[in-house]
Design a protein around this ligand. Structure first.
Ligand code: ATP
Ligand code: MG
Length: 234
């Protein structure tokens, strides 16, 4: 069965990304073809330096591809200018990074609401959404805690909530569990899967952890900047 473009959260075609470093050119991505279905969870694995973070950054509009086309939820972002990319990042994608990057002087709830200032949600609607997300993530009783007053797993859950605030079609997780112990890492990935599946959202989860890949629908392996394997998860 063929998949139409509207059913895809992400379609990358022949994406190349190079960085100039002094007189040298580093090739980070070298002809990547990748599609992610609109409700698919993709685990992205591969050795250090293979291009995983670069791929996520391009899919999320944080970096632009040197060549190739990048279509996210039907938007061709490869031709976007800086302003269009900013709007795209605020409305269409969510990010969860390894280093959680919560604002240290804001509470858990305020860390979700801070998205509101840059995104489309306003006022009471945003507060309701933040409270709903905190509840779903099991954090209602920690809403007033500062990040320093939360455990590592709780901080990561706040970051997941923040990434979901604006109901993005695609959420990008770059090693979301690497700072957590195995059990907590399992819990967080389980939670990511539940949140994505119940909302019908797509996700790319970069991970070094083979135990986590069974939470994915598909496993894509990237080596030296290109896709070297693409298999359904068991
Ligand atoms: N801003 C940059 N300037 C120059 N080279 C870069 C830049 N960002 C990444 N690279 C290079 O591009 C390649 C891919 O890097 P990337 O961060 O995507 O790898 P990764 O797969 O995420 O690795 P890791 O598992 O260690 O996080 C590497 O060789 C890296 O050194
Ligand atoms: Mg990386």
């Amino acid at each position: 069965m063929s998949i139409t473009a509207t059913e895809l959260a992400l379609q990358m075609t022949d994406v190349r990304k190079t960085f100039a470093v002094g007189d040298d050119v580093v090739v980070a991505l070298d002809g990547v073809d990748l599609t992610v279905g609109h409700d698919e969870i993709l685990a992205l694995i591969g050795p250090s330096g293979s291009g995983k973070t670069t791929l996520c950054s391009i899919a999320g509009g944080l970096l632009t591809a040197t060549e190739g086309s990048v279509v996210v939820g039907g938007q061709d972002i490869s031709q976007y200018n800086a302003r269009e990319l900013t709007l795209f990042r605020r409305t269409a994608v969510g990010f969860v990074f390894q280093t959680v990057n919560l604002v240290p002087f804001l509470t858990a709830r305020e860390n979700l609401l801070v998205v509101d200032e840059i995104g489309p949600r306003t006022g009471a609607r945003a507060r309701d959404r933040a409270d709903q997300l905190l509840e779903e993530l099991g954090l209602s009783d920690r809403a007033k805690n500062l990040p320093a007053q939360l455990s590592g797993g709780q901080r990561q859950r706040v970051a997941i909530g923040r990434a979901l605030m604006n109901e993005p079609a695609l959420v990008l997780f770059d090693e979301p569990t690497s700072a957590l112990d195995t059990e907590l890492g399992d819990q967080v990935v389980h939670l990511i899967r539940e949140e994505m599946k119940s909302r019908g959202k797509a996700a790319i989860i970069v991970t070094h952890d083979d135990r986590i890949t069974h939470y994915a629908d598909r496993i894509v392996r990237i080596v030296d900047g290109h896709v070297s394997g693409d298999t359904p998860a068991d």
